[in-house]
Design a protein around this ligand. Structure first.
Ligand code: HEM
Length: 129
């Protein structure tokens, strides 16, 4: 598979500007709670330990943003292989909920745009084709 090119230092700065790991924990707990109770996305998370997924996501993000060296989980492509197909509307909805969550935490619009564009890079790996 083609490597996904990430935009290095800006993502490390994003991590600092949101308040580091403690804030990321809170943001992801809220984001995954929103997705798991959402009318469009909730069913993907039926029977899942949502907080455990949020923790894996944190570890994944910190590795991808260049903040930590290790991530022991699956790649985004493998992580979703056994789920119902993730369609364009599902992916778009995730990004809406992400932006909503970040606004709740008073994250600035530039940082939100950067985080959303980071997630966009995984669309092809995660979306059903
Ligand atoms: C609408 C879009 C998405 C949905 C509905 C979704 C849903 C899920 C669900 C239900 C799981 C748990 C799977 C399991 O335990 O078997 C999961 C795991 C995961 N997802 Fe997503 N996801 C989406 C998008 C993304 C994106 C864009 C990324 C990365 C940027 C991502 C990264 C991950 C990671 C890292 C894991 C954990 C892998 C592991 O446990 O080893 N997901 N996702």
């Amino acid at each position: 598979m083609k490597a996904i090119k990430l935009s290095g230092p800006a993502l490390g700065a994003l991590f600092s500007s949101i308040g580091g790991e403690a804030s990321l924990d809170q943001i992801l707990a809220r984001f995954y709670q929103k997705m798991s109770t959402d009318v469009l996305l909730g069913f993907f998370f039926d029977g899942c330990d949502v907080l455990a997924i949020a923790r894996m996501q944190k570890s994944f993000l910190m590795r991808a943003w260049g903040v930590s060296q290790s991530y022991a989980g699956k790649s985004p492509a493998d992580a979703h292989a056994k789920l119902p197909p993730i369609l364009k509307g599902h992916f778009d909805r995730r990004l809406v909920l992400l932006a909503e969550t970040l606004r709740e935490f008073k994250v600035g619009e530039n940082e939100i745009a950067l985080w959303v564009s980071f997630e966009e890079k995984f669309r092809a790996a995660v979306e059903h084709s």
